[in-house]
Design a protein around this ligand. Sequence first.
Ligand code: HEM
Length: 150
Amino acid sequence: MSINTALIQQSGAALQSLGTTVTEHFYDYMFTHYPEVRSLFPAEMTDQKLRLFQSLLFITGNVDKTEALLPYLRNLGVRHIRYDVRPEHYSVVGKCLLATLKHFLGPAWSGEMAESWIGAYNLAAGVCIEAASEAMKPDRYVPITLADVP
Ligand code: HEM
């Protein structure tokens, strides 16, 4: 599957002018279709809608700059450990994100754009999940010994 990064950047630019209506729609869609993930999030979602919106703009703006994008995604993945996010949740978010993009991009949403977004999201989710898994590896624990006691 080929990823046309120019199309992803274009869709990011189109979202920018729409503002957080986009993430508002995303969360409404997700909580309606996947109510089981609602409890992961706080009751008050105003800040989160803005954070996700800014994050999407950053990701789409840097989709062809792996040196900026990869560390960003790795950190994001590790931070999501503390939100109790599991790999299967990334599938839910991906489906809802694509549905949201299709909804807002209207006629600009083409087959090639859909394929590019699917490819890019799968890669991004993979980086987040891999980084979280790496951060949780049991061998990162170094057993303490008597020498550690002051
Ligand atoms: C690539 C996909 C994702 C992106 C770009 C993303 C983006 C973000 C951002 C920017 C934040 C703000 C806090 C921070 O940066 O640490 C955040 C928080 C959060 N995300 Fe994600 N996220 C993604 C996937 C997921 C998934 C799969 C879930 C679970 C369904 C999820 C659940 C949460 C929760 C629960 C919070 C904390 C909300 C709070 O306590 O205020 N995220 N996410």
